[in-house]
Design a protein around this ligand. Structure first.
Ligand SMILES: Nc1nc2c(ncn2[C@@H]2O[C@H](COP(=O)(O)OP(=O)(O)O)[C@@H](O)[C@H]2O)c(=O)[nH]1
Ligand SMILES: [Mg+2]
Length: 229
């Protein structure tokens, strides 16, 4: 249990999980030392994921929105009570050790949303969505699932899309959120990477955002960049 350094801000970690019993343990153990609460949003995993999560001290929240990753993120953002909310994956690709660096721009009042930037998005479809998103918001990794945001922004996010790729950033930008990026470590894991057919629809959601006129000129809001280290 920990609060955000000298700022006194509380940090919630939201972990969407589906059949991750063999991988989620070390993620929770590391995250709970760096956060005030750890929420695991589960979609009726068949392998005992919720039991493992509860045993390790996480609060397990059933997915109350549409099933799947996006619904789990929405449920988590609405259920978390921290001043700053971090989302990260259950399978060990994201390193909870990066949480302090990720939340720092929010704690400093420099950003409302911080993206954990990967060296390169693993899917061609993610890189294409990122290329499209950059027509409106100049970030390098709009498809990352490792992010930190203020509770106010979290409560506001409607997340009407197929997943969070591109649209999370575009929606946040439409509210005038200041968006920062911080490089994060990505661990290679043995879980197979599936083709994300949902990205065919997701491109449509991204284009819909791009066709809307910008609410105001928030271009500068996205320009802050975290330095490595
Ligand atoms: N609650 C919930 N979590 C999911 C679902 N699908 C994936 N996840 C979780 O979302 C995170 C990212 O999913 P993953 O399959 O690893 O996507 P990838 O890293 O982009 O290949 C992982 O923590 C998964 O366990 C789902 O249907 N429901
Ligand atoms: Mg993964």
């Amino acid at each position: 249990m920990q609060e955000g350094g000298s700022s006194g801000a509380s940090i919630s970690v939201v972990i969407p999980a589906f059949n991750e019993a063999n991988r989620i343990g070390p993620v929770i153990e590391k995250a709970r030392d760096l956060a005030s609460e750890v929420l695991v949003v589960d979609d009726h995993s068949a392998d005992g994921t919720p039991e493992v999560a509860e045993r390790l001290g996480a609060r397990v929240v059933p997915n109350s929105y549409s099933k799947g990753y996006l619904g789990a993120i929405k449920t988590g953002l609405l259920s978390a009570s921290g001043d700053v909310i971090v989302t990260l994956d259950a399978d060990g690709e994201h390193d909870p050790g990066d949480i302090p660096r990720l939340v720092q721009p929010v704690l400093d009042g420099r950003a409302d949303l911080v993206l954990g930037r990967r060296d390169m998005a693993p899917r061609v479809s993610e890189r294409f969505i990122n290329w499209l998103t950059r027509f409106r918001v100049k970030v390098d990794d709009s498809c990352t699932g490792f992010r930190a945001l203020t509770r106010d922004l979290a409560r506001r996010m409607e997340l009407k899309a197929r997943c969070t790729c591109g649209t999370f950033v575009l929606e946040a930008n439409s509210y005038g959120a200041r968006i920062a990026e911080v490089p994060v470590t990505i661990h290679a894991i043995s879980k197979p990477r599936t083709i994300c057919w949902g990205h065919l629809w997701q491109v449509g959601y991204v284009l819909r955002w791009l066709l809307k006129p910008p609410a105001t000129d928030h271009g500068a809001a996205a320009s802050w960049r975290g330095r490595p280290g």
